[in-house]
Every structure is written in C-alpha cells, then in structure tokens.
Design a protein around this ligand. Structure first.
Ligand code: NAI
Ligand code: MG
Length: 493
C-alpha cells in the first residue's frame, strides 16, 4: 500500500519529463558547396582564389566554403556600386526603386523557411528564434523602407534630400540576415548603393539574400556582397570611394573604424556593444517579469547587443525573483538549434565560447556566486548552460563588461535614485528594461535612464518603425524608423 502511494506521488510530481524531439527538416534548405562573391549582379571568383570554411557550431561540421575577398575584390565591388549609383540608381524615380524593395521583401517571405533553417545551421540560434523573429523581421524591414522610398519629402518636409553615394556596411554574427536587411533596406530606399560584408562565421543567409536580390531583378551593382574576415572589413572601411560606413559589432572594432575614417568625408553610424540593465520593482507582476528576464538574456544564447545581462531587483522581492529564476532556468531546453522545442542553441563560435568561459571564471574569482542549470550538453559543438550570478558587486567585471553569452548578473537595490545611478554607471547605453505596475514610475525611470531603448514591462521587442541605437560607448546614429533614413541622406537646403 505504502509503496503504491509513493509511486503515485512520484508520477504526479516528477518534473523530469521531456519533449520528444521535433527537428526542422534540413533538406528543406539548399546550401551550395562553395560560394563566390556577389559583385555587379554576378557570382565572381575571389581574385586570390582563397576560400574559408563555415561550420555548424552545434556539431562543428563544415556546411560550405565561402570566398575570402581581398582588396582587389573589394575594389571591384565598390566600382560596381559606384557605377550602378551614377548610371542607374540615383536617377531612377523613387517609386520604381520602392517596387524592387517590395519585391525583395516578398521573396524573403516566400523563402522564409529555407532562410530560417540556414540561419540556425550556420549561426547556432534556435529555429524558433530564426523562424519567428529574425526572418519575418528582416522581411518587415524591406517592406517598411520600401514604403519610404517615394515619400522622403514627407519624412523631411520642406527639405531637399539627396543620397550619399556608396555605403560600406559591415555586420556581425548575432543576427546575420536581420542585420543585412537592417543595413541594406534603408540604404537603397534612399537611393544609395551598397557593398556589404557579413561576419565570417555566418555568411550563408547574406549569400542567400544575394540570390534573392539577383532573382528580384534589382539592377546590377546596387547591392554587392563580399565575404571575408576583419581584413576584408578594413578594406571596405579604407576604400577611398566609399561615402558612408555602417557598422554593427564590437566597441573595439568600432573604435578602429572611427580612427580610420577620421579626417575623411566618410559618414558613419556605429552600433556597438551593450550591457542592458533590467530593473524589477517590488510592485511588478513578478512572474511576467521573470519570464521577460529569461527571454531577454537566454533565448538567444545572450548573443544580443541589447541582452538584459544585468538584473537589478528591489531588495524586498529579490529572494522570490532569484528562486523563480533558478526554477525557470532548470526548465530551459539547451540543444539542437533545429529542434522546435529548443530554447538555447549553440554558442556561435569556439572563440565566443572561450570569451564566455573566461567571464565565468572571472565572476567566480571576484567572489560572486554562480548557479547553472543542471541540463546535459551535447558532446560536440559549442555550448554554455544558462548561468546566474548572485552576490555581484557593482564594480565586478561581470557587472560592467559585455559577456555576450547566456549569463545573468543579479544585483539588488532599495530606492529609485540608487538604481538609476547604478544602471547608468556603465560605459554602455544601448538598452534597458523597467518592470513596475505604476505608469508614473515607468515615465520617471525612462526619462532618467541613459539608454537608447528602454522597454517597460516587456523586453527585446523590435519593430522596423522604431529607431534603435546607443549612448556612450554603445555607438552613435540611429537605425530603424524615420530616424534610420537620415544617416543615408544629405539634406541640402
Ligand atoms: P567584431 O567587431 O570583430 O566583428 C564584427 C564585424 O566586423 C565582422 O563582420 C568582422 O569581420 C568585422 N571586422 C573585424 N575587424 C574589422 C576591422 N578591423 N575593420 C572592419 N571590420 C572588421 O566582433 P567579434 O570579434 O565577432 O565579437 C567580439 C565581441 O564583440 C563579442 O564578444 C561581443 O561582446 C561584441 N559584439 C557585439 C555585437 C553587437 O551587436 N553590438 C555583435 C557581435 C559582437
Ligand atoms: Mg557558421
């Protein structure tokens, strides 16, 4: 009798059940064995005949090889972009330009499934993220800026605007397709032409976008996509016939770019690192806030410049919040990025995993208490368990520096003034979050926080119509929305 009873209890309270695997089908995506450079509407071999591998970070298997563009290739791409700018694109009626951009948006939607699969294979992010966020938001950016193409007179009333010319665009590995859309759509909508370089670990969706662009019939040379690592990026930055640099990536490279273009006429927008503070007040709906914090730092392996990697909890509710966070990370599913149940995929590269591990050690050495989920990790590939640090001091490096991994540093506070001062005490200022039941407190906080975006009772929400960009070492210039048009235009009267 007694035995039967304990069995029933076990059945009712055992939480160790798991979902059956639900993997997306790899064969729904076509990946070529080798990719050349997309220059002047055509696929061109790299002049140095060099290629490098791109791997799947979830199993370290090679997916394809990608051309390594040198200075001569970058020069050919810039020449193609200049030619297309002078001869076709700047002369084309804006409403015709818009039609091409609408077409690209629709084609991204048509190929959404394939793009999502390739994004998850090449970069390691869960298919749920690439399918439900990255790819649809990329299409939305093209739709949104297609709409602006022939309405610039309304964007800047009584002003005459003209495009800048050729834009050099360099993007990172955390949102490969979305960052390409984010950069290309406003540039070509405003009449500029483009040379874009994706990150070396995640070139494939940008190359798929090049296929879409080719199929869309966009005039040759309006968008050129060159692949390669930092040296290719530097060749773009230093090319004398580039009029504007748009960069998203590390603060370190952002500073190199600023120095490189000092004294030239090149315009620049830089979207750099971040250390976003998420602030939970005692009157917040706690379960909703906990879910928002989890979403803000873990669902993308923490590979988001605006990740909520820094949590301030009001002292009176800190115990409850920390307990709920610990319970919740225990239920997060870490594993195959192609599985539709996966919450946390693979870390993008070995190098990034080493950076994250370095910070885990720093955190422990600094005396913070580390708590990790007990989940098992796959044998191959680059993985990190969701991690919480408590007993963190404001001055600790894990509370000050960008970790870019699924690692949350938790601190407490007592008063509004105290938390504002602490949250603003950072070299970064890209984003922040506030969780409270009181509308007046939201407005009070958002006004005083030095961050480009402040979310209230939500986190990591994006829309093409809202501007995005940082304060301080998070960079300058705004992308998205009406504000995102201006960095690609000269207002001439
Ligand atoms: P990174 O800044 O080196 O790479 C970003 C892009 O810049 C890539 O396309 C890269 O090839 C290119 N690049 C590298 N050196 C260049 C140069 N001298 N001139 C022109 N282009 C150059 O970033 P990395 O090394 O991949 O990541 C390091 C750290 O940066 C991360 O741990 C994270 O903290 C931060 N990061 C921030 C991002 C953001 O969204 N703000 C995105 C990626 C990384
Ligand atoms: Mg890869």
């Amino acid at each position: 009798m007694a035995k039967a009873k304990s069995n029933t209890l076990k059945l009712n309270f055992d939480t160790s059940w798991s979902y059956a695997p639900a993997p997306e089908n790899k064969s729904a995506a076509t990946i070529k064995k080798q990719y050349d450079l997309f220059i002047n509407g055509d696929w061109v071999k790299p002049s140095g005949n060099k290629y490098f591998d791109t791997i799947n970070p979830a199993n370290e298997e090679k997916l394809s090889e990608v051309a390594d563009a040198n200075m001569a290739d970058v020069d050919a791409a810039v020449k193609a972009a200049r030619n297309a700018y002078e001869k076709i694109w700047k002369k084309m009626p804006a409403k015709e330009r818009g039609k091409y951009i609408f077409r690209i948006a629709r084609m991204i939607q048509e190929k959404a499934r394939e793009l999502a699969i390739i994004e998850s294979l090449d970069g390691g992010k869960p298919i749920r993220e690439s399918r439900d966020f990255d790819v649809p938001t990329a299409a939305n950016h093209f739709f949104y800026y297609a709409g602006w193409a022939d309405k610039l007179d309304y964007a800047f009333p009584n002003r005459l605007s003209e495009p800048l010319g050729v834009a050099g665009q360099i993007i990172p590995w955390n949102f490969p397709l979305l960052m390409a859309a984010w950069k290309i759509a406003p540039a070509i909508a405003t009449g500029n032409t483009v040379v874009l370089k994706p990150a070396e670990t995640t070139s494939l969706t940008a190359l798929k976008l090049a296929e879409i662009i080719q199929e869309s019939g966009l005039p040759e040379g309006v968008v050129n996509i060159v692949t390669g690592a930092g040296a290719t990026g530097a060749a773009i930055v230093n090319h004398p016939d580039i009029n504007k640099i748009a960069f998203t990536g590390s603060t370190e490279v952002g500073k190199i770019i600023q120095r490189a273009i000092a004294g030239t006429n090149k315009k620049a927008t830089l979207e750099l690192g971040g250390k976003a503070a998420n602030i939970i007040f005692e009157d917040a709906p706690i379960d909703q806030a906990v879910e928002g914090v989890i979403n803000g730092i873990f669902f993308n392996q923490g590979h988001v410049c605006c990740s909520g990697s820094w949590l301030y909890v009001q002292e009176s509710v800190a115990k409850e919040v920390i307990r709920k966070l610990k319970d919740r990370i225990e239920s997060l599913i870490v594993g195959d990025p192609l599985d539709k149940n996966t919450d946390i995929g693979a870390i993008n590269s070995r190098q990034q995993l080493e950076t994250i591990d370095k910070y885990l050690n720093i955190g422990k050495k600094e005396g913070a208490e580390m708590y990790q989920s007990s989940c098992s990790l796959p044998g191959k590939g680059f993985w990190c368990r969701p991690t919480l640090f408590t007993n963190v001091a404001q001055s600790n490096r894990i509370a000050q520096e960008e970790i870019f991994g699924p690692v949350l540093a938790i601190l407490t506070f007592r008063t509004d003034d105290e938390v504002i001062e602490k949250a603003n005490n950072s070299p970064y200022g890209l984003s922040a979050g506030v969780w409270t039941d009181k509308g007046s407190k939201i407005f009070n906080m958002t006004r005083r926080m030095r961050a480009g975006v402040v979310w209230a009772n939500t986190f990591n929400k994006f829309d093409p119509s809202s501007p995005f960009g940082g304060y301080k070492e998070s960079g300058f210039g705004r992308e998205g929305g009406l504000h995102g048009l201006l960095p690609y235009l000269n207002l001439i009267n």
